[in-house]
Each structure stands twice: as structure tokens, then as C-alpha cells.
Write a protein that binds this ligand. Structure first.
Ligand SMILES: [Zn+2]
Length: 268
């Protein structure tokens, strides 16, 4: 085992975990911990630096900076308040001018979506309709039997879970003659991909209200994706046509050939 900062050998008893992003954990040794001004008994600070990237910790050591818990805490509080204020302002603004299908709010006047990803942590995103490339929906289904009282829920939800409650039975199918099985959706996960390659994922519960919202969201997203696809193919057609015109102007193709190809591109 090596220290993620200095590379020196360390053991699990003489090292402390730090988060290096993407949910990965690395360890740093007690020497580096001390360089950051953190004592072995200072559990509070050790937990706090898990939120720091390994690069920023390395920079702190290089610059001889010491970690200050009180500074960290007040900065965190400030950031939290700022996030809360922004979140609430945007939420109110979108709610007033848009359609709420929680956790999304669609604004048609500005063609934007507010993603209320986590109202406790004030995590939100705002995206333009035109950013959306495509999306997919994963339904986490659980089969329950009405002859059994214990219901097992399958988990495996990705992204942010919006509502924890379950219970919306959306369909029923009969098993054998003695036991009827009910199909229940315990979670609906949306993954929305954007043109820049990034994506956002969120989940709704199988609660009746959430299922209704999920259906609305699906419908709205479909419209947006269709619109985006057709407008991008429209602009492709336009540039094809321009290129064709220059070929005509340069005498590379004849008027007849141009007219034929133009009809083809425009689909007329
Ligand atoms: Zn080290």
C-alpha cells in the first residue's frame, strides 16, 4: 500500500482514506497527514479532507498550507447557503413560468429544464432543450406475490433517488392458478445524454404520483429529442445544399444535376 500523496509505503494501520473522485478511495500516510496539519486523533478533519481532491491536497503541502477545520466549515456553510439561495430562486422562477413534472420543470418560453436533483443538498442543473441528445429509461420491476406478506424489493438504482417511497402497483399478471403475481415498479431511472457527451441521471419511485410524472417527463423529452434531431438534420441539409450550389457555380455539375439533387435533399 502506498501513500497517494508522497508514494511512500504505508500500511492500513498507518494510513487514512481520501476520496480521489469518481467514488474511488486512496490512502495517505501519517507523515502527509501531519504535513497538512492534521493530528492522528483529529477525526473531524480526517473526514473533511475526504471531500478534497488529491491534487488540491498535494498543492496544499507544496505551498506549506495547513488544513483548518473552522475555515473549511465556514466556507462549506457559505457555499451551502449560496447553493440554497440559487436553488430556491431558480426553482421559484421555473415553477412560475413552467410545467412541473417533479423532479423536472420544463420552461417553454426560454426552452430550458430545471433538474431538481436533490432538494436537501440543493443540487440542481439547468439545461437548454437544445443540449439534449437522447435519453433512456430503466424500470426496476419487482414481482410480488399476494399470497406472501413479505415483499422483496430489488435495488440497483443509479443516479439520484428522488423519493424513497414505493408502492405503486402498475400492472397485474396472473401466475399459476393458486398464486397471482403483481408486477410492481420500484424505481424508474432516467439517463439523459447531452450533445457535449455528459449525462444526468435521476430516479423516481414507483409511487403512483411519480409514475405519472415519469410518463409526462418521457413525453416531453421525446418531443425535445425529436425536435433536436430534425433541426440538426435540417441544418445538415442546408449545408449540403450550399455545397451543391457552389459546385453548380463552379461549373462542376450542370443545372439539371443540381435541380435533381436539390429535390432529393429537400425531399420534394
Ligand atoms: Zn505520504
Amino acid at each position: 500500500m502506498k501513500c497517494a500523496l508522497c508514494g511512500n509505503k504505508t500500511t492500513m494501520f498507518t494510513s487514512w482514506p481520501v476520496n480521489v473522485g469518481h467514488g474511488l478511495i486512496e490512502k495517505i500516510d501519517s507523515a502527509c497527514l501531519l504535513k497538512l496539519g492534521i493530528k492522528k486523533t483529529d477525526i473531524r478533519s480526517q473526514n473533511a479532507i475526504k471531500r478534497f481532491s488529491i491534487d488540491s491536497l498535494r498543492k496544499m503541502i507544496e505551498n506549506g498550507e495547513k488544513f483548518s477545520y473552522s475555515e473549511y466549515k465556514s466556507e462549506l456553510k457559505y457555499q451551502k447557503n449560496l447553493n440554497k439561495e440559487n436553488y430556491e430562486n431558480y426553482f421559484a422562477e421555473f415553477k412560475e413560468n413552467g410545467s412541473v413534472y417533479y423532479p423536472l420543470i420544463f420552461r417553454y418560453d426560454t426552452k430550458q429544464i430545471f433538474f431538481a436533483l436533490d432538494f436537501l443538498q440543493n443540487v440542481y442543473q439547468i439545461h437548454s432543450f437544445s443540449e439534449i441528445y437522447d435519453f433512456k429509461i430503466d424500470k426496476n420491476e419487482t414481482f410480488i406475490s399476494n399470497t406472501k406478506k413479505d415483499i422483496s424489493f430489488s435495488k440497483g438504482i443509479t443516479g439520484y433517488l428522488i423519493a424513497g417511497s414505493t408502492g405503486g402497483v402498475i400492472g397485474a399478471s396472473s401466475g399459476n392458478s393458486n398464486t397471482k403475481t403483481l408486477k410492481e415498479v420500484s424505481a424508474i431511472t432516467f439517463t439523459i445524454r447531452f450533445y457535449d457527451g455528459s449525462y444526468t441521471s435521476f430516479a423516481l419511485s414507483g409511487h403512483t404520483e411519480d409514475v405519472a410524472n415519469a410518463n409526462k417527463i418521457e413525453l416531453e423529452l421525446k418531443k425535445i429529442v425529436n425536435e433536436n434531431n430534425s433541426s440538426s438534420s435540417k441544418s445538415n441539409n442546408l449545408s449540403d445544399l450550399r455545397e451543391l450550389k457552389s459546385l453548380l457555380d463552379e461549373g462542376i455539375i450542370t443545372q439539371e444535376e443540381f435541380d435533381l439533387k436539390k429535390k432529393e435533399i429537400l425531399g420534394i
